[in-house]
Write a protein that binds this ligand. Structure first.
Ligand SMILES: [Co+2]
Length: 329
């Protein structure tokens, strides 16, 4: 299959690890922000901006910009309540921003069972959230539904209160790369939306995201979403004990060479995967610029040229014979 439009998909990293100032062990599985999870597809913000300067021609950005209205901040509703009986992660009560854990996250049998449970719940919530996506629904509506399902299951919605994040889920529409804040904006026919669900259950975070199509989405956007999903599964397929993290990037590049896209799959992470380790893999691809612009809310990251961005994410366990996906129903 070859692309119908002269699009260039590039891989992002979740750069929010850069904003976390100090270490805090319990943040093992949150939001894709913790470098202790060994993001499998990483590139320093600085490096990828430089590469973007080099690679991004800008030839598609005008065409892409004209296709839809730019995303604008909407109204953010008041913070939702979590019942007192639900255990909260330590950062919720702390005024300090949560930190980064630099050690690999290795679990014993009990820890693995807990990770499976939180992963399964996160996957169920994500699947449900995806069924809600339709024109006219607001991202705030999605947040409310996700929040309710998580607390109904005795878990805490991890994003709520994380470093001041005001909502229970991240909703990243169209050119929003990640960490979009649910608000009063109604979804429109042709939008794509990444929903990133993280739940805190029995002391463990389960983290997963997917990009959903809203109504009639054009072929180029569909292809972006499809290729991003394939990137995630290709990456997972090579994971096993002893495999170097940087192999993931190489596998993706090789696998998608036929698309004639430019994929960013560089990886600065040293070391090898360990038995019993959990981490997330979360490729982000865009159709144009990989330069992010952060809104004044301090969270919402959009592509500088307004081009579409897609992301998929699973939390995986390194098992004896390969990776086990923890975030599936
Ligand atoms: Co996530």
């Amino acid at each position: 299959m070859s692309p119908t439009l002269p699009v260039q998909h590039r891989l992002f990293r979740s750069f929010f690890g850069d904003r976390l100032p100090h270490s805090s062990r319990p943040l093992s599985q949150l939001l894709g922000l913790d470098s202790g999870k060994r993001h499998a597809l990483v590139l320093s913000t600085r490096t990828y901006c430089n590469l973007a300067d080099l690679l991004f021609s800008g030839r598609n950005s005008e065409w892409l910009r004209n296709q839809r209205k730019p995303l604008k901040p909407g109204k953010v509703s008041p913070r939702l309540h979590v019942p007192v009986h639900i255990p909260k992660p330590p950062y919720v009560k702390s005024s300090q921003a949560p930190g980064i854990c630099h050690l690999p996250e290795i679990h014993d049998e009990r820890g693995i069972e807990c990770m499976r449970a939180s992963g399964r719940l996160a996957a169920q919530v994500l699947e449900y959230a995806g069924t809600l996506v339709k024109p006219g629904l607001t991202t705030d509506d999605i947040d409310k539904a996700v929040h309710q399902m998580i607390i109904d299951n005795g878990a805490y919605p991890s994003p709520l209160g994380y470093g001041g994040f005001p909502k229970s889920v991240c909703t990243s529409v169209n050119e929003c790369i990640c960490h979009g804040i649910p608000d009063s904006r109604e979804l429109e026919d042709g939008d794509i939306i990444n929903i990133d669900v993280t739940v805190y259950l029995n002391g463990y975070h389960g983290d997963t995201s997917a990009t959903f199509l809203c109504g009639n989405v054009d072929d180029a956007a569909k292809q972006l979403v499809q290729v991003t999903r394939e990137c995630l599964y290709k990456a997972i397929s090579i994971c096993a004990p002893g495999v170097a993290y940087h192999k993931i990037g190489q596998a993706i590049k090789f696998s998608f060479a036929n698309y004639n896209f430019i994929l960013f799959a560089a990886n600065n992470e040293n070391g090898h995967m360990l038995l019993g380790q959990t981490f997330t893999i979360e490729p982000m691809l865009t159709m144009g610029s990989i330069k992010p612009v952060i809104w004044s809310d301090g969270w919402t990251a959009v592509t500088k040229d307004g081009s579409l961005s897609a992301q998929f994410e699973h939390t995986i366990l390194i098992a004896e014979h390969g990776a086990e996906i923890l975030t599936q129903c």
